[in-house]
Design a protein around this ligand. Structure first.
Ligand SMILES: [Ca+2]
Ligand SMILES: [Ca+2]
Ligand SMILES: [Ca+2]
Ligand SMILES: [Ca+2]
Length: 402
């Protein structure tokens, strides 16, 4: 058992107990790791990121680099202005990028076959992190931490207005000449924006113009392709990571569409689901016991709006059929696809196997799709194409804290 597994497992008390019964060696060092997480004090020296805005609102988290996922964030806490600091996420990562080519060329699994970390993770210079702070891993600067103005948080006539700030974290990974900018934005008002920006060089060519775009300057046909980004979000709301509840919320229009009726459903067993734009379906993760000052359960809502790009992948890949997957935490379920099958399932569609997720340690997986039909202007390098989604506090505070 390596230290990574121990770290992941340390957030699950049941697994720790079971493993302690099985593993009799190295109990001392093992216990120290197990006790350490999920407290931020367990974060390796120098890997804590914290930001307090002038309003008093604050974020703090831990970051690490893995060969496969690249930058992984953990123990993400938000402190609204004049309110209690509470945990939002236990861990968050980009757990797979699957690339399908329009001409049927072999599918690639970038996170497990090549890795966003290791030597693919790019060294950043201060000019790439203007006004910010570079953070290093294994002797190289690989993460930029920068505070930026973010425009209006709100305004109401000229008397009531506030402009806000955000904390941006980004890294860049180069895989087969394509480059991915992975960016996390933590806004002063509790909103989290998660984004991957595709840029770099599009080198793949094809013989059939119907499967790509004729690039005039290079006299070749650049292949079209689809990237499926699988984000893994282990929400661990507040102190207890084992009592989180997922709700699916719809606003269903009447047949004449003159009204909409809200439907709230607690998801009691593991779920694979897709968007229904007509119903404005979304999901939130709420704590079973912690409430805001108005006695409403605190929660984060997943705003996974990507209707224009979202589509099913090839029919041979069950994990490309749905947009979201909600599962019970399992330490071995790390990659959405090509997960190591040592006593574990190989992909997220199999992670959904009927386990109870009502007041449990739940994990949300989001498949975000982006199709690229290259343009002349992309050669070269290609302009960044952002694919992003938002995590939004819902009833985290009883009023607008700013
Ligand atoms: Ca957890
Ligand atoms: Ca909780
Ligand atoms: Ca399961
Ligand atoms: Ca969880």
């Amino acid at each position: 058992m390596n230290s990574l597994n121990i770290k992941i497992q340390s957030t699950n008390k049941n697994i720790i107990k079971a493993s302690l019964a099985l593993v009799s060696i190295a109990v001392l060092s093992w216990t120290s790791v197990a006790q350490a997480r999920p407290n931020t004090s367990s974060c390796p020296a120098g890997n804590t990121i914290s930001k307090t805005f002038s309003s008093g609102a604050a974020w703090d988290m831990c970051w690490e680099v893995r060969d496969e996922e690249g930058v992984v964030l953990s123990d993400v806490h938000y402190k609204p202005r004049n309110k209690t600091r509470r945990r939002v996420l236990g861990e968050a990562s980009l757990s797979q990028i699957q690339t399908e080519y329009d001409d049927g060329s072999a599918t690639e699994f970038l996170v497990t076959q090549f890795g966003l970390g290791g030597s693919n993770l790019q060294t950043l210079t201060s000019s790439m992190c203007e006004g910010g702070q570079l953070r290093s891993n294994a002797g190289r600067d690989v993460l930029c931490e920068v505070t930026k103005a973010n425009g209006y948080i709100y305004r109401y006539r000229n008397s009531t207005r506030r402009q806000g700030s955000k904390l941006d974290l980004f890294s860049a990974s180069n895989i087969n000449a394509r480059e991915f900018i992975i960016k996390w934005s933590f806004l002063e008002n509790g909103t989290i924006e998660v984004a991957s920006g595709l840029t770099g060089q599009f080198n793949k060519t094809t013989s059939n113009a119907a499967n790509g775009w004729q690039v005039t300057a290079q006299n070749r046909i650049a292949t079209g392709f689809t990237d499926h980004y699988f984000w893994r979000m282990d929400f661990d709301i507040a102190n207890d990571n084992g009592n989180d509840i997922i709700e699916q919320i719809k606003s269903v229009p009447s047949s004449d569409r003159l009204t909409k009726t809200k439907q709230v459903q607690t998801i009691s067993s593991e779920l694979a689901a897709s968007f229904t734009p007509a119903d404005k379906k979304f999901w939130r993760v709420k704590d079973q016991s912690v409430t805001n000052a108005a006695n409403q359960a605190i929660s984060y809502e997943m705003v996974m709006l990507n209707y224009a790009q979202q589509s099913k992948g090839n029919s041979n890949s069950a994990w490309l059929k749905n947009d979201v997957y909600m599962t019970e935490y399992k330490a071995c379920e790390r990659f959405a696809v090509q997960n190591p099958t040592n006593n574990c399932a190989s992909n997220v569609s199999q992670f959904v196997n009927g386990d109870n997720i009502n007041a449990k340690d739940v994990v949300a997986w989001y498949r975000l799709v982006h199709h690229t039909l290259p343009r002349d202007e992309d050669f070269s390098p290609a302009a960044v194409q952002w694919s992003h989604f938002i995590l939004l506090p819902r009833d985290w505070t009883s009023t607008n804290s700013l």
